[in-house]
Ligand binder design. Structure first.
Ligand code: DGL
Length: 266
């Protein structure tokens, strides 16, 4: 069991930001990644559709012996995590990307926090509900920023188009005087620097990577599942081939990736 991989999934490249953080924190672990590029973006889909996709992908990751399945997508964490727990918790350990961030915010006790994410994540109200329990004194404002995922997936990252879209969203009045901004979508860390720059580096920009890696480490240690064999083998699957996925994956994983198409939908 210890040598088995950590299963990770997202709609596309976003989960690679979490996979990358895990690789930095836990280099001895193997990863099996699934990017559901055939159904991207998840943020515009119904909760039912995302639950269906997430269930099938979890089956796929379990067929690759995942000792943990990490839902590296906020839209799926908000819509499908409870149903995945009911279906799969006796077969694997499940981790989402929302609870570790909420726990972190609960410890920090900010006065006002902004959350940006997909329409699915923001309309679900999951962050607000969880923060009401964990950080009751924190004022929370949330805003859907649906153009950011297609913008990132199309490769508009460091240019005038991306800067104009980021500026238009983040200058919304509701975000004035925030002390922290949560990147409630795993695609957004790819543009974290531009977001921090918009706030002149005066707002803490919080993404899930570090917090999720920390929880994962604790879970592996507690369950005696740390891979100490010295053998590491990462696998990357996508449901539809996109050159951009390959480019970003190579950027994060130093060109050492073996990208395979897995046709799980036919
Ligand atoms: N990266 C995902 C998230 O965290 C999904 C984005 C999308 O496909 O819309 O929500």
């Amino acid at each position: 069991m210890k040598e088995h991989p950590i299963g990770i999934f997202d709609s596309g490249v976003g989960g690679l930001t979490v996979a990358n953080a895990i690789k930095q924190a836990l280099p001895g672990e193997s990863l099996v990644y699934f990017g559901d590029t055939a159904h991207l973006p998840y943020g515009d889909k119904s909760a039912e559709a995302i639950r269906y996709y997430s269930g099938r992908i979890t089956e796929f990751l379990l067929s690759h012996n995942s000792k943990v399945v990490l839902v590296a997508c906020n839209s799926a964490s908000a819509s499908a995590f409870d149903s995945l727990k009911i279906r799969f918790q006796d077969r694997t350990i499940l981790i989402d990307v929302i609870d570790p961030v909420v726990d972190y915010l609960g410890r920090r006790n900010f006065r006002k926090v902004g959350i940006i994410g997909t329409k699915r994540t923001i309309t679900s109200g999951t962050y607000e509900q969880k923060l009401r329990d964990k950080a009751p004194a924190t004022e929370v404002v949330s805003m859907a920023t649906p153009l950011l995922v297609p913008m990132i997936e199309e490769g508009f990252i460091f240019d005038d188009i991306s800067n104009a879209i980021i500026r238009t969203y983040l200058s919304n009045n509701s975000l004035s005087e925030i002390e922290a901004l949560v990147l409630g979508c795993t695609h957004y860390p790819i543009i974290k620097n531009q977001i921090s720059r918009f706030f002149n580096f005066n707002v803490e920009v919080v993404d899930s990577g570090r917090n999720v890696s920390q929880i994962l480490r604790e879970i592996l240690e507690k369950n005696n599942l740390v891979n100490d064999s010295g053998k590491v083998h990462d696998q990357f699957f996508i449901s539809d081939y996109t050159p951009y996925f390959e480019k970003i994956a190579r950027m994060f994983f130093d060109g050492e990736i073996n990208l395979q198409k897995a046709d799980i939908w036919s």
